[in-house]
Design a binder for this molecule. Sequence first.
Ligand code: GLP
Length: 246
Amino acid sequence: MQVLWVSGYQELSELVAEHIYRSIEEKPEANWGLATGSSFVGTYRLLVEKHRPRPLDLEGIRTFNLDEYVGLDGSSPYSFRYFMNRSLFYPLGLDLGQTNIPNGMAKDLELECKRYEEKIEASGRIDYQLLGVGVNGHIGFNEPGTEFSSRTHVARLTESTRRANSRFFGSIESVPTHAITMGIGSIMRAREIILVVSGDGKEEVVQQLLGHQVVSKRWPVTILKKHPKVTVIVDESLVSERVGVG
Ligand code: GLP
């Protein structure tokens, strides 16, 4: 696990955007696993800024988002489809046919999960997976207790996650109770993972991930200790001392 410390959100966003830009230059035919959340707003904005004067060849790129709320369609400003289209796909000029996000409006949600997982596998797996992390250690919407072997499934959101995400919705009651998410097993099949740890209240996440704590389902993010190629980018304001850098 490679750990990079950054001194704030701007530096973090710059580093990740540059990494994505260079990776696409080097490997223009690749599958990208994408994440939503505040952690990536700056990254996507800077990636678009880099792309404008020096456009990347994006024809060979396929994207797969981690998750989507159940019950929201792409026209809802709270859906992850809406966020991705506006913050990244439209500005980059990506054909939406190249992009994949679970359909939270599917009549048969189980079938949708199966379809999504199969599409990822049929595409040849994910080359680069971007990940954020919740204050309770969730990745995607894999809440504490989720099986490490899980594949794309419908997840029930915890009270803490709904409260954290209510900042986008205005009230906790408006936050959906369920989401479709790639599973932990799906995420671990990516060839490379880039994890961003940024945002208030994630001190314990840093401790669990970079300290000597064991891999535990109580902190889903800790499974990344077992992945062969992970880069963790941590906002150093989250630690008083740089702990156990491996
Ligand atoms: C959301 C998403 C996660 C994201 C996390 C952290 O619930 N499902 O994929 O990593 O919360 O979000 P933020 O970056 O806004 O702190």
